[in-house]
Ligand binder design. Structure first.
Ligand code: PEP
Ligand code: MG
Length: 859
């Protein structure tokens, strides 16, 4: 039949002999989309007739799944061959499989790899079909698949022509061994969705090494966003990184901690959600409800706010492409490269045009689009179509639609929603390639857009003077469009009932982005009432902004300082325009994340100095020392794995354990103090000895620098610090209560936990009592107290905090004008009474009922 396997390592051909006897089955026919759609790579399947998996060629065992059902062999040319016995066999947890090799073993063609009990497996698993897949298929220029019945070792199952130029690289890759990371548990509540996947791919691309991300028995190219998303990695999933090549060690050392810390995913350590909206974002997708009322359509709340207007249906025109290339493959490839480059420039320009509070969020979405343009898997599909004489437009369209369909079919709604991003960026390139007229949406004034799907690009270019809101039948609250809508402050509903698409243009509607509804044909009275409410809200914001520079003094003459929480220079530059009276919390972590080494003293000094100067000489700047560790490690600060990272080495504990890091930061802060009104704050202080040790280090550094002392306070965010506030108040110059952590530790509920987070409410009377106790103890020692946790921005908490005697509120920047306005409408005497009552209540809901949100107007 198929004889004479070739095992020459210098050959451009690699011939694989049958690892099993049986019938060869094309991989596309395997009843598992992961294999059939070649998400793991290209290959072939065998319906086995024997029970012993053998090496199809010479190589090293690069991976052996603990369940014994899958093994990966790396050939001398660096080709990785995954052999996966059966479908859904991981669930057998090793029963029926007897591996005969171990990780790192060198094997020859025909050596036994795994023996298995075919009868046992066949009666318990979905199928015995055994997949032989090349996981780095990008290294293969052409596959020749054989067919028919094969006999183990004697016959050939596939022949690979290795990609040109790959060999030299392979030789050096081969010389190096595979470096494998420890097992990493994914901390991101919503798994590795597009943004963290893009961060990972982006950083992985900085290394020359071939880097793979493995989950269970599947592994993908860690430089491909799409491939990473295809792994459907969820919260708590265990993954491993494997790298081969010159800088493999460095790659693993850099990427491992980043994965542990959530890859900068904002969903990982969210501030508590005072608004119900933030909770709904994190909630698991519920089955989509349908309304019985013909004039009410229901969807998911995607961006809060009310909009009144008329329906405007948005449809994307299909872009027609010619299949066959006009030029030769190289010319078509040049055209594709040019269009991809131009798209990159367009996306850069889009990001540069973004302003305002959420510019960073929005920019991150378009940065993720740029990342997709570099995706090796995507380009791989396009290039192989080009090689077959297809036009650049056709090749590109096929590449992005194939990937988008793959994503859309994933079970994870969050990942499926990323298909829209891929189509968006895909259309951008396609428009350039075909010279199609870029689509311009020209809705009339007061439009409520209705679409199956809007792309992030559509949303970013919306004319706010015409569009009042939008709803889409696809997507959910976690889609990028929803994130953009929130940052643009446009009410939006996602996943609305499909009958919305049949509404004629011009139908009068009310869109409620907070409730997730679209009401048809409202009465003129209803419309008028909503318009009045909206006008009042808009007027209120204008008035608040105009008065933002006035101090926040209650009606009975009590002044509360309102400052902001910031994460870097860009935020600092907005503080004064919003009426912020300083910075109550600079999270200095921003300087330390996503880099391979700690910033040196001069770098830190320059950064703190720039922020101090942006605030000017009169606005205080409280710099919190590095608050990382345990749950958010840095690669250059390795911390042994901990069972309970939130209770492990975090915050100041890390600084005291690695004093060189703390000393460098303190010196930089002491030097920057000459350029503003700088204060120092230590995070996560639980013991008096910790404060004393940190202060001693600060004093040593201060004396060495020969500068004056600066006020030094602590975050009160561990219940022990609140309970011992009287003792701490003698030794700290001020307190700032970190209610995010204080609530998490008081209630023993992880603040980022997808199910528990909604209950982690800082208005729980247990937390309020700790706050009241802390304030009392501080004031008795003549020290002031701020609150920098999320409840400082929560209008329902503000009267209670003021009533308990809190002197300073450090709020999120956009809320500063309204918090100041609210304070001006309050009376200290009434706040005190409310606070006294709140301390006697039983639940957070009771406390919230005591202080209804003054800005929520009944409509
Ligand atoms: C807090 O814990 O309330 C706080 C402000 O600190 P962070 O959110 O940075 O942990
Ligand atoms: Mg904290």
């Amino acid at each position: 039949m198929n004889n004479a396997p070739n095992h020459d390592p210098t050959s451009v051909k690699l011939v694989l002999s049958a690892p099993l006897s049986g019938l060869l089955v094309p991989i596309e026919r395997v009843p598992d989309p992961v294999f059939a759609q070649k998400m793991v790579g290209d290959g072939i399947s065998i319906d086995p007739l024997d029970q012993c998996l053998r090496a199809p060629c010479d190589g090293d065992i690069a991976q052996l799944h603990p369940a014994g059902h899958a093994v990966t062999l790396t050939t001398p040319q660096g080709i990785e061959i995954l052999m996966h016995i059966g479908l859904d066999t991981v669930g057998l947890k090793g029963a029926g499989f007897a591996p005969r090799v171990k990780l790192g073993d060198r094997v020859r063609t025909g050596d036994t790899l795994i023996e298995f009990d075919a009868d046992f497996i066949a009666t318990r698993a979905k199928s015995l079909l055994t997949q032989i897949v090349i996981t780095n298929s990008d290294r293969v220029a052409a596959f020749t698949m054989h067919s028919g019945v094969v006999t183990t070792v004697r016959d050939v199952i596939m022949e690979l022509t290795l990609a040109g130029g790959a060999q030299a690289a392979e030789a050096s890759v081969e010389a190096a061994k595979t470096v494998i990371s420890e097992a990493i548990l994914i901390p991101n509540p919503t798994g590795l969705h597009a943004r963290p996947a893009a961060v990972l791919a982006n950083i992985a691309k900085k290394f020359k090494a071939d880097i793979r991300l493995r989950k269970d028995d599947r592994q993908v190219n860690a430089k491909s966003v799409v491939a990473i998303m295809g792994l459907e990695i969820g919260f708590g999933d265990k993954v491993v990184l494997a790298a081969r090549g010159d800088d493999a060690e460095a790659a693993i050392a850099t990427l491992t901690p980043l994965l542990w810390e959530g890859l900068g995913d904002e969903g990982y350590a969210p501030a508590p959600a005072p608004a119900s909206f933030a909770v709904s974002v994190k909630a698991a997708p519920a089955p989509r409800p349908r309304s019985d009322d013909p004039s009410l359509l229901i969807g998911a709340a995607a961006s809060p706010g009310l909009a009144v207007g008329e329906v405007f249906q948005v449809r994307h025109a299909e872009i027609l492409v010619t299949e066959t290339a006009e030029g030769d493959p190289q010319q078509e490839r040049d055209r594709l490269d040019e269009a991809v480059n131009q798209s990159r420039v367009q996306l850069e320009a889009l990001q540069a045009r973004l302003h305002g509070q959420s510019a960073a969020d929005k920019a991150a979405i378009f940065a993720a689009h740029q990342e997709l343009l570099d995706d090796p898997d995507l380009l791989d599909i396009a290039h192989s179509a080009l090689a077959k004489g297809k036009s650049a437009a056709f090749a590109w369209q096929r590449a992005f639609t194939t990937h988008a369909e793959r994503l859309a079919s994933l079970r994870n709604e969050l990942l499926a929603a990323r298909a829209n991003d891929l189509r968006d960026v895909g259309r951008r390139v396609l428009t350039l390639l075909t010279g199609a007229e870029p689509e311009r949406m020209e809705p009339p004034v007061n439009s409520i857009l209705v679409a199956e799907e809007l792309t992030p690009s559509d949303t970013a270019s919306l004319d706010r003077n015409r569009v009042r809101g939008f709803c889409t039948t696809l997507g959910g609250a976690t889609s990028h469009v929803a994130i953009l809508a929130r940052s643009l402050d446009i009410p939006a509903v996602a996943g609305i009932e499909p009958r919305a698409l049949d509404l004629p243009n011009g139908t009068p509607v009310i869109l409620d982005g907070g409730k997730g509804t679209l009401r048809l044909n409202p009465t003129p009275e209803e419309v008028a009432r909503i318009r009045r409410t909206q006008e009042r809200q808009a007027d209120r914001r204008t008035v608040e902004l105009a008065a933002a520079h006035q101090p926040a003094i209650t009606l009975d003459g009590h002044r509360v300082e309102v400052v902001g929480n910031i994460g870097g220079l860009a935020d600092a530059e907005q503080v004064s325009a919003l009426g912020g009276e300083g910075v109550g919390l600079l999270r200095s972590e921003f300087l330390f994340m996503e880099r391979a080494t700690a910033p040196n003293e001069d770098e830190q000094f320059e950064a703190y100095k720039a922020i101090a100067e942006a605030l000017g000489p009169d606005r205080p700047l409280i710099i919190r020392t590095l608050d990382v560790g345990g749950d958010k490690p840095l690669s250059y600060l390795p911390i042994p794995k901990e069972d309970n990272p939130f209770l492990g080495e975090r915050g100041l504990r890390v600084g005291l354990d690695r004093p060189e890091i703390l000393r460098t930061q303190l010196r930089a802060i002491l030097r920057a103090a000459a350029f503003g009104k700088v204060l120092i704050m230590f995070p996560m202080v639980g013991l008096l000895s910790e404060l004393r040790d940190a202060k001693a280090i600060l004093e040593e550094e201060r004396q060495q620098l020969g500068v004056g002392p600066i006020p030094t306070g602590i975050m009160v965010e561990i219940p022990a610090a609140a309970v011992m506030a009287a003792q701490f108040a003698r030794e700290a110059d001020f307190f700032s209560i970190g209610t995010n952590d204080l609530t998490q530790y008081t209630l023993a509920m992880d603040r980022g936990h997808p199910k528990l987070a909604p209950k982690v409410d800082g208005l729980n009377p247990s937390v309020l009592r700790l706050i009241a106790w802390t304030v009392q103890a501080a004031h008795a020692e003549g020290k002031w107290v701020g609150v920098c946790g999320g409840i400082a921005s929560d209008p329902q908490a503000v009267p209670l905090l003021i009533g308990m005697g809190v002197d300073e509120l450090s709020a999120s920047l956009p809320t500063i004008p309204s918090i100041k306005a609210q304070i001006r409408s309050l009376r200290l005497s009434e706040c005190r009474q409310q606070a006294q009552t709140a301390l006697t209540l039983e639940t957070a809901a009771d406390a919230r009922a005591l202080c209804p949100d003054p800005f929520t107007e009944a409509v």
